[in-house]
Design a binder for this molecule. Structure first.
Ligand SMILES: Cc1cc2nc3c(=O)[nH]c(=O)nc-3n(C[C@H](O)[C@H](O)[C@H](O)COP(=O)(O)O)c2cc1C
Length: 275
């Protein structure tokens, strides 16, 4: 195995951070140099229009996405489903905001298997909740140093597993939590929940951060509710903190998360066989 490819969706970048640290541990374990590592960040819609070359046995692929309503975000699932692989080992990661990840990791495993990957390891990490703010904190600043140490160890242990496995097809099937049929995922569209304040300088960073082109530069950078996936990337990316969550159902949800999900959850890792 010579090449590592990261394929991920990550509006607020916690998934990206975790995947990069997993990769560091993996590359070190397998002595793969940085020139053999490629990242495909398909958060932006224009990237989702591309079709990747098929992966083969020389590849190791890390697939990563956040958890939305206990499932994969629809845009992420749709892109993953277009990948093709033949016996390529896959390392699966979901990142969630300290509530639950329910069926998301199982869904990722099922999608990866259907594409021709062999899932060898899976993990659920914690990331600062998309709806969180300094006023209403939920899993703030996660992944933290300890999470990222675990990400590196997870990558390293997966490397050990791959080194001692001569025939991936003979590996036990990776078992991860989750149920099929999966729980109902998110619907489409969003309530009108983002206010743009006078602090907005019209720099356009919010529009560049948006994974669904839901920000209308011709309308004061307002969010087009019908296209919004609620990811809050625009709020977190704004250098002026000019985008705020309005009172309403999403802010209420943030308060509920703040009250009910305050105990930090641990990282969970799963291997097809003990490394
Ligand atoms: C629409 C939406 C639904 C979410 N659903 C869940 C969930 O079911 N469970 C959970 O713990 N976190 C949930 N989250 C939080 C994200 O999974 C979490 O913040 C993650 O770290 C975001 O990843 P990213 O930084 O890569 O975008 C949700 C976030 C959004 C925007």
């Amino acid at each position: 195995m010579k090449k590592i490819t990261l394929v991920y969706f990550s509006p607020t970048k916690t998934t990206e951070t975790v995947l990069r640290d997993i990769t560091q541990g993996l590359a070190q374990s397998l002595e793969i140099s940085s020139s053999e590592i490629t990242a495909v960040n398909f958060t932006r819609p224009e990237i989702r229009g591309t079709v990747l070359e098929p992966f083969d046995k020389d590849d190791i692929v890390l697939l990563g996405a956040p958890v939305y309503a206990g499932r994969l975000p629809a845009d992420a699932a749709d892109f993953f489903k277009k990948l093709t692989a033949s016996g390529t080992p896959a390392i699966l990661t979901v990142v969630y905001g300290n509530r639950e990840y329910e069926d998301a990791l199982l869904e990722l495993k099922d999608v990866a298997s259907a594409c021709g990957f062999i899932p060898v390891a899976g993990a659920a990490f914690i990331g600062e909740h998309s709806f969180a703010s300094t006023d209403i904190p939920v899993a703030m600043n996660r992944p933290d140093e300890n999470d990222l140490k675990q990400a590196q160890d997870f990558g390293g242990n997966t490397g050990t597993l791959l080194k001692k496995t001569t025939d991936l097809k003979k590996l036990a099937v990776l078992e991860v939590p989750g149920n099929f049929p999966y729980r109902e995922g998110m619907g489409t569209g969003a309530p009108d929940f983002i206010a743009v304040t006078d602090a907005c300088t019209e720099c356009g960073i919010c529009a560049t951060a948006c994974p669904s082109n839901a920000i209308d530069a011709d309308d004061g950078f307002a969010t087009i509710a019908a296209d919004c996936i609620l990811c809050c990337a625009c709020i977190k990316a704004c250098p002026e903190q000019a985008r705020l969550m309005k009172a309403g159902p999403i802010k209420d949800k943030a308060r509920w998360l703040n009250e009910t999900c305050s105990i930090p959850k641990p990282v969970q890792v799963f291997f097809a066989v003990e490394p």
